[in-house]
Design a protein around this ligand. Structure first.
Ligand code: KG4
Ligand code: ZN
Length: 341
């Protein structure tokens, strides 16, 4: 069973062909980072226009790499939300057109659920199948979300914790801007942090005891204040107490520690058999390391390119929905604030 996956929820135009719901035949991602970086963040109008230009060439490359043609497909899965309305619409309408023209089932997929399904992906049909037994505790940390889900079966999610302010990825992006490290912030901070000492400066950790919720805005403000007070060398205000590398390392350490500790606590409380990590922030090496160290159960994470936005995860998630008999009607719409239910 070969599914075409399409992803256009934010600033990545992606297409992938996935066999059997888990085996990646191809995964092509066209990033718009360069287009948006001069603005320091994603400009929605620019993003949707670029998706329109990129989507067909990206699909053609995905077919070429997979060695498949239109007639080999068994369905089309597409992100229908959450995300930017204009960007989502490009993918949803393209998927509808393909499904209608080829007589294929159309499967609308929740982007966050798909991030989690990246944990089931494997590089080929010959690679071993990931064995993940329920119940699972899933940490989804991306540019827009920091959520903990309890997953009791395929498609069965309960949201147990979420951020009360900034998402973890958003916090990385803002911290990077404060430190003058550019966009997107996560990879920039991680790279800079390698040269720094995470214990040089101590930033606050908000643990929100008694809940599985997160809060990162206090941490961001504390970092901003240190820069404003002229404590960080090489930033706009100068200073000489700490280097940018130390500030980046201290910030990364604080975010990773809280994400890992709270997810580990949830895994313990819900008696999960494993922890799954997902979303762009799950690409962070220090977070992966701390999660493995603190978790009472084994930890699964996709390789970094499958943590950030891609279409292989959309096809994987779509395949499980299709197997369960869940397909979308022609009234499938883009839902910018779509939730996992
Ligand atoms: O999942 P994703 O690609 O897109 C969304 O669905 O939002 O996540 C993007 C976010 C950005 O905020 C980016 O800074 C962050 O993930 N990110 C990272 C790393 N790579 C991407 N954060 C920390 N460390 C990384 N290596
Ligand atoms: Zn994402």
């Amino acid at each position: 069973m070969k599914l075409l996956g399409l992803e256009t929820s934010c600033d990545e135009t992606a297409a992938a062909v996935v066999d059997h719901g888990d085996s990646i035949l191809s995964s092509v991602v066209s990033s718009q980072i360069e287009l948006h970086s001069r603005y320091g963040g994603v400009v929605p109008e620019v993003a949707s226009r670029q998706h329109l230009l990129s989507i067909m060439p990206v699909i053609e490359r995905a077919f070429q790499q997979a060695g498949v043609a239109w007639e080999d497909l068994d369905g089309v899965a597409v992100t229908s939300g959450p995300g930017l309305a204009g960007s989502l619409l490009v993918g949803v309408n393209f998927a509808k057109a393909i499904a209608l023209a080829r007589g294929l089932p159309l499967i609308g997929v929740n982007h966050l659920e798909a991030h989690i399904y990246a944990n089931w992906l494997r590089e080929s049909l010959e690679a071993p199948k990931p064995e993940l037994a329920f119940p699972l505790v899933c940490l989804v940390a991306s540019g827009g979300h920091s959520d903990i889900f309890l997953m009791k079966g395929h498609g069965q999610f309960t949201l147990v914790g979420q951020t009360r302010d900034d998402a973890a990825g958003e916090a990385f992006d803002k911290a990077s801007r404060i430190l003058g490290l550019g966009y997107p912030g996560g990879p920039a901070i991680e790279k800079k942090a390698r040269e720094g000492d995470p214990s040089a400066l101590r930033l606050p950790r908000s643990r929100l005891k008694g809940t599985d919720d997160f809060s990162f805005s206090g941490l961001k403000t504390a970092l901003w204040r240190m820069v404003e007070d002229g404590l960080v060398a090489g930033t706009s205000t100068g200073g000489d107490r700490f280097s940018v590398a130390d500030a980046a390392a201290g910030f990364q350490e604080a975010v990773a520690e809280v994400l890992a500790e709270k997810t580990a606590e949830a895994a313990q409380r819900y008696r999960a058999t494993q922890v799954l990590m997902a979303g762009g922030v799950a690409a962070n090496g220090r977070l992966r390391q701390l999660m493995v160290r603190k978790s009472p159960v084994p930890v699964s994470f996709p390789r970094p390119e499958l943590c950030t936005d891609n279409a292989a995860m959309i096809a994987a998630c779509g395949a499980y929905r299709l197997q369960a008999g869940v397909i979308s009607g022609w009234d499938l719409d883009a839902v910018p604030n779509l939730r996992i239910t």
